[in-house]
Ligand binder design. Structure first.
Ligand SMILES: [Zn+2]
Length: 265
C-alpha cells in the first residue's frame, strides 16, 4: 500500500469550543500533509455530531462512544441500542472513545465504568469495528474487561489511544488484533517512559494521533492542538525509530488499513 500522508487517528474537531470550523482544521491539516482525520465522540450527543461531520467530508471519519467520565449517565438497558444503531452508520468506523479512568477521583465508580466499557466493547465486537480505548491508571482492569469481551466476541479489535506506556498492555496486545496509538506527549522532554514503550511497540501495531485539542506536541507544545500537528508527532517518531518519514507513513497506513479491514466504506 502506497501512502505519502499522515492520518490523525484521534481528534475532537466536530465541536470546537473555540469556534474553529471543520473546514479550517482540514485546510491546515492539508498544508501539513495530514489527509485523513478520525473525529471522536465522547458521549451520545457528541457522537451524533461526530457522525454528522464525517458525513459531510470524504476524508473525515467518526468514532461513536462514551468516555468513562460519563459512565454515570450510561444505563445499558436504555443506552446500548441507540449507541449500537449510531455506530452502525457507515461513516462511524470505530466505537469509542470509552474505557476506564481511575486517575481522577471524581470519576464515576468502578462498577459504573465497567458496565459502560463492556457495553461499548460488545458493540465493537458485534459490528466488527475497532474499539477506541481510553485507559488511565487502569491497565490491568482494562485488560480484564477486554479478555471478558474477547471470550464473547473473538474478533474484537482496538486501539489503545493516547497510550500511557504501560508495559503489561504491550505484552497483552502481542497475540491480539490491538494497536497502540501515541499522542503528542511522546515528544515531551519528560516522557522517557513513553519513548521506552515506543521502542518496545511492534512497528506493525503502531499508530499516531493528536487527541486535539489536548496534548500539542513539541514544537507547538502548550498551544491548542489540531490535526495538522500529528505531522510533528510523526516526524518525531520516525526520527526516534530511525525511519525515513515516508517509510513510517507507509507502515502506519498499512497498520490502519489492516485494523479497518471491512470497515472503510
Ligand atoms: Zn480523546
Amino acid at each position: 500500500m502506497e501512502a505519502n500522508f499522515w492520518t490523525d487517528t484521534h481528534a475532537h474537531i466536530h465541536d470546537d469550543e473555540h469556534g474553529r470550523s471543520v473546514d479550517e482544521f482540514i485546510n491546515l491539516a492539508q498544508e501539513k500533509n495530514v489527509k485523513r482525520i478520525i473525529t471522536i465522540g465522547i458521549n451520545y450527543n457528541d457522537s451524533i455530531k461526530a457522525v454528522e461531520t464525517a458525513e459531510q467530508y470524504d476524508n473525515i471519519y467518526a468514532a461513536v462512544g462514551m468516555h468513562p467520565e460519563y459512565a454515570d449517565k450510561y444505563i445499558r438497558e436504555r443506552d446500548y441500542e441507540p449507541f449500537l444503531k449510531l455506530a452502525s452508520n457507515k461513516k462511524a468506523v470505530a466505537v469509542g472513545e470509552t474505557g476506564l479512568d481511575f486517575y481522577y477521583e471524581e470519576n464515576p465508580d468502578e462498577n459504573r465504568q465497567n458496565i459502560l466499557f463492556e457495553g461499548m466493547a460488545d458493540i465493537a465486537g458485534i459490528l466488527n469495528k475497532p474499539l477506541v480505548i481510553h485507559s488511565r491508571n487502569a491497565a490491568e482492569k482494562t485488560i480484564k474487561i477486554l479478555d471478558k469481551v474477547l471470550s464473547k466476541h473473538s474478533n474484537l479489535k482496538g486501539i489503545f489511544h493516547c497510550f500511557d506506556g504501560n508495559i503489561s498492555v504491550l505484552d497483552w496486545i502481542k497475540d491480539k488484533n490491538f494497536y497502540i496509538s501515541y499522542a503528542g506527549n511522546v515528544t515531551f522532554k519528560s516522557a522517557e517512559n513513553l519513548r521506552q514503550a515506543l521502542i518496545n511497540t511492534p512497528v506493525d501495531r503502531l499508530l499516531i494521533e493528536t487527541d486535539s485539542p489536548y496534548l500539542a506536541p513539541v514544537p507547538v507544545r502548550g498551544k491548542k492542538n489540531m490535526p495538522a500537528n500529528v505531522s510533528y508527532t510523526g516526524e518525531y517518531v520516525a526520527e526516534f525509530l530511525n525511519l525515513p518519514y515516508n517509510i513510517l507513513m507507509e507502515q502506519l497506513e498499512n497498520n490502519l488499513q489492516k485494523l479497518m479491514k471491512g470497515v472503510w466504506q
